[in-house]
Design a protein around this ligand. Structure first.
Ligand SMILES: N[C@@H](CCC(=O)N[C@@H](CS)C(=O)NCC(=O)O)C(=O)O
Length: 225
């Protein structure tokens, strides 16, 4: 039996982050699918927030995708997925935090209000502002690409990858726009698509749209039950 177990949900972008890291490090692991609408009691016992992903490594249990990825990088140092110096590692953590506290809230607001045409334009403006910050203060300052830190692939790339994969869904369902002056983000997105560990976990836009439809239908059914 593999000593690493990832408790996952196929369409979950956060679980995908951990899966990418396991593949990047070529770690032998089992990926165990959890039905989030019918969570077994044993899962609730190991997942304090009831969410996936959760990683089990021998007697260690870790939740929260960013923390799982940092745990894997420390427990299995090769290949290193954080930059070499404390200063650059601090930068990496700042951008991983930016993903959670600025980028994802802008995406979630746009998607959750996708059908409200009065709010769409302001929500898209906010997402464009966030994308331009990533482009100008991140990618254009940290190195020549293709990765966030130049030639060194890192956890920052993994943090954003599942959501950049879904960007076309945001375009189709909520009219999201990747601003024309965000060329470095476009190149970054293309590099992500071509990276084997990311490609191995990826799905197309049709899959994501259908997964989202099913998730919303199950939430509506649960709420009306
Ligand atoms: N901040 C968490 C987010 C994880 C998350 O939201 N997972 C979703 C699936 S994509 C979940 O388990 N939802 C179940 C629920 O909220 O009840 C992380 O980075 O791991």
């Amino acid at each position: 039996m593999a000593t690493l177990e990832l408790y996952s949900f196929a369409a979950c972008p956060y679980a995908q982050r951990a899966h990418i890291t396991l593949l990047e490090k070529k770690l032998d692991s089992s990926v165990i699918e959890i039905d989030l609408f019918n969570r077994p009691a044993w899962f609730t016992a190991i997942s304090p927030y009831g969410k996936v992903p959760v990683l089990r490594h021998a007697d260690v249990t870790v939740h929260e995708s960013s923390i799982i990825n940092q745990y894997l990088d420390e427990a299995f140092p090769e290949p290193a997925l954080m930059p070499a110096t404390p200063a650059l590692r601090a930068q990496a953590r700042i951008w991983m935090d930016y993903c959670e506290t600025r980028f994802l809230p802008a995406v979630h607001k746009l998607m959750s209000e996708a059908d409200d045409m009065d709010k769409r334009s302001a929500n898209n403006d906010k997402l464009s502002e966030v994308m331009r910050h990533i482009e100008n203060e991140g990618l254009r300052k940290t190195g020549p690409g293709p990765w966030f830190f130049g030639s060194g692939f890192s956890l920052v790339d993994i943090q954003f990858a599942p959501f950049m994969e879904r960007f076309d869904m945001y375009v189709q369902l909520a009219g999201a726009v990747l601003p024309a002056d965000c060329g470095r983000i476009r190149d970054w997105q293309a590099a992500m698509q071509a990276r084997p560990a990311i490609a191995a976990t990826a799905h197309n836009t049709g899959y994501h749209i259908e997964a989202r439809r099913q998730m919303l239908a199950r939430i509506a059914a649960r709420n009306s039950a």
